[in-house]
Design a binder for this molecule. Structure first.
Ligand SMILES: NC(=O)c1ccc[n+]([C@@H]2O[C@H](COP(=O)([O-])OP(=O)(O)OC[C@H]3O[C@@H](n4cnc5c(N)ncnc54)[C@H](OP(=O)(O)O)[C@@H]3O)[C@@H](O)[C@H]2O)c1
Length: 251
């Protein structure tokens, strides 16, 4: 299938590692000119080198720290200037923050800043251009609706689901779609942090994942690339798990 992505532009946050990196590489392989954002420039430069070595266009490296107050506005501006426009936004920067029930407000606020507020701000800064051009795709990497323990990322990811669905209603007639993808356990830096030993990883897979293994970032990137494409024009406002069957309920 020709995904009709050739010549589009995309900004991918969290592209130095894991899922964001895999999505950036997969979009570039489809002829998309990508802007890749994260804090670690050396890792971003490595990703850029790999994209070019695989035959993709030279990516725009956008070093950014999304904890900084004005980061979303500055990143949106830099991406639009350097890519010409942003057709596709992939919000992958984020992370799990397991805590105890009595974690201080500052911890909950930190989880919300990275996993919700900056995503909403960055998306809002890029949406007017998408609406004007009558084409836009926003893909948010979120997380589970079935919390097993407290984590400051959980309320933020839930807020993303509600926010994305609500704005999808307004954007639907304007050529702009927005989706949330819920990774189950996809191999990445944070998975090694959460499951540090081989034994722990094996036990979790046997207990929780019907397919009996963690997923690869490329397996999730396949869905993201489809949702980013004009081929997915009749889908919006969805929340889709990529989790080897880990969710226990049908919806
Ligand atoms: N992997 C999973 O199974 C899983 C499960 C549930 C949800 N998710 C969600 O999926 C997304 C991607 O996860 P992942 O597993 O690929 O994570 P990861 O391997 O830990 O990568 C996180 C990415 O976010 C960037 N990042 C973190 N803090 C940042 C900041 N302050 N400013 C700018 N960039 C920042 C990191 O780059 P730098 O460190 O270079 O800044 C990195 O590129 C996240 O939103 C995560 O919550 C993943």
């Amino acid at each position: 299938m020709d995904l009709q992505l050739e010549g589009k532009t995309a900004l991918i946050t969290g592209a130095s590692m894991g899922i964001g990196r895999a999505i950036a590489m997969a979009l570039a392989a489809e002829g998309v000119k990508v802007g890749i954002a994260a804090r670690r420039s050396e890792e971003l430069n490595k990703v850029a080198g790999e994209i070019v070595a695989a035959g993709g266009a030279q990516p725009t490296v956008l070093r950014t720290d999304l904890y900084e107050a004005d980061a979303a506005r500055k990143l949106a501006q830099a991406a639009q200037e350097q890519l010409g426009r942003v057709d596709i936004l992939v919000n992958s920067a984020g992370g799990s923050r397991p805590v105890k029930w009595d974690a201080p407000s500052s911890a909950w606020e930190e989880g919300m800043t990275l996993n919700y507020t900056r995503i909403q701000e960055l998306t809002s800064a890029l949406l007017p251009g998408m609406v004007e051009r009558k084409f836009g795709r926003v893909i948010n990497l979120t997380g589970t609706n079935e919390p097993r323990w407290p984590n400051t990322a959980f309320p933020a990811k839930a807020a993303l689901h509600m926010w994305a669905k609500s704005i999808s209603r307004d954007l639907a007639k304007l050529g702009v779609t927005i989706h949330c993808i819920q990774p189950g356990r996809i191999m990445s830096e944070q998975i090694y942090r959460l499951h540090p030993t081989e034994e722990d990883r094996r036990a979790f897979c046997e207990r929780e994942i019907p397919m009996g293994r963690f997923g690869e970032p490329e397996e999730l990137a396949n869905l993201a690339v489809f949702l980013a494409s004009p081929r997915a024009a009749y889908m919006t406002g969805t929340v889709i798990p990529v989790d080897g069957g880990m969710y226990r309920f049908a919806y």
